[in-house]
Write a protein that binds this ligand. Structure first.
Ligand SMILES: CC/C=C\C/C=C\C/C=C\C=C\CC(=O)SCCNC(=O)CCNC(=O)[C@H](O)C(C)(C)COP(=O)(O)OP(=O)(O)OC[C@H]1O[C@@H](n2cnc3c(N)ncnc32)[C@H](O)[C@@H]1OP(=O)(O)O
Length: 290
């Protein structure tokens, strides 16, 4: 328990160093239209970047694009998760931003999920901090007030699938090599209940039961059929489609859409307020034999 508390403190300090407020306890409601401060020339584009993620915000449309750029496979390391939360928080605090498209700059992979090297041979404190960061990523993305669209341009197993599932809409590139799903059972581990719930919310109980027990990674057409992704497009149409979907969602009044989203996703507050126990060191070691 002390380790969990220490990890919470460490993660909070990492976020605080970035200048981002932490944590935010309740959803914020943003103005309906992107606004520019009066008297200033509108800067159409703003960008910020770190060594894991690139973010570009088009202030005229209010749409930001977040590109994962952490070779080789955009695995979700502690550093990646921290940068993700910082970037998301910056966008949420930017009154010009209303929507977020998440995609990958790495060919053929959206995200390979949690970084396996973070779960081997580390201290109890590290596991606690890592797990805290995984939860925080999900809480912030699933509970975000922004319209979030996943433009999935590569394989997306496990934690990568969770990121996509946490968005409001998923568009995946049609490619016979790409797969998506929660394959934890194949790895001999159990997807946490909030991974499971997010999956069930997208595909329904029966499809989830089968997919999760067998740890299936689905082809793109199969993922589309079962509702795991909402749309499938050729690679060259992905950006255009993501922008079009975003425009459709942003056409609604923000407050009504945001409150509806918050109502539909209210379970996230349970985790947010209770942060379940971090898996123990022996659990990690047993699972990965390290
Ligand atoms: C977890 C501890 C136990 C208990 C806790 C309790 C409950 C919940 C626990 C866990 C929940 C976990 C969710 C997860 O996300 S676990 C991670 C699952 N991820 C995977 O299974 C993906 C594995 N990777 C792949 O399938 C493929 O790599 C690919 C499809 C993403 C890409 O294929 P490529 O052919 O393009 O690339 P590769 O040659 O396979 O890989 C290149 C390179 O990258 C390394 N790598 C791949 N995935 C990961 C990863 N997730 N973390 C770290 N590193 C990864 C791979 O080893 C290669 O490295 P080298 O070049 O060999 O050095």
């Amino acid at each position: 328990m002390a380790a969990v508390a220490a990890a919470a403190g460490t993660f909070a300090r990492r976020m605080a160093r970035s200048g981002v407020l932490f944590p935010r306890s309740s959803p914020q409601v943003w103005p309906q239209a992107a606004r520019q401060p009066p008297g200033l020339l509108p800067a159409q584009r703003r960008a910020f970047s770190n060594n894991k993620i690139l973010v570009e915000l088009d202030t005229s449309s209010g749409v930001a694009t977040m590109k994962f750029k952490s070779p080789p496979v955009n695995s979700l390391s502690l550093d990646f998760l921290t940068e993700f939360c910082i970037s998301l928080e910056k966008l949420e605090n930017d009154r010009a931003c209303r929507g977020l498209i998440i995609t990958s700059a790495i060919p053929r992979v959206f995200s390979s999920g949690l970084d396996i090297t973070e779960m081997c041979g580390k201290s109890t404190e590290h596991y606690a901090e890592f797990w805290r960061a995984v939860q925080e990523m999900w809480i912030r993305l699933y509970g975000s007030n922004l319209v979030t669209v996943a433009a999935i341009n590569g394989s997306s197993p496990a934690g990568g699938c969770l990121i996509a599932l946490s968005c409001d809409y998923r568009i995946m590139v049609e490619n016979p090599k790409y797969v998506i799903g929660l394959n934890e059972a194949q790895l001999g581990i159990v997807a946490p209940f909030w991974f499971k719930d997010t999956f069930v919310n997208a595909v329904g109980h029966r499809a989830a039961e089968r997919s999760l027990q067998l740890g299936l990674l689905h082809s793109v057409p199969e993922a589309h059929r079962m509702g795991l992704v909402d749309e499938v497009v050729p690679e060259e149409k992905l950006q255009e489609k993501a922008v079009a979907v975003m425009a459709q969602w942003l056409a609604l009044p923000d407050h009504a859409r945001q409150l509806t989203k918050s109502m539909m996703r209210k379970t996230f507050r349970t985790l947010s307020s209770s942060h379940p126990k971090t898996p123990s060191r022996s659990h990690f070691q047993r699972t990965w034999r390290c």
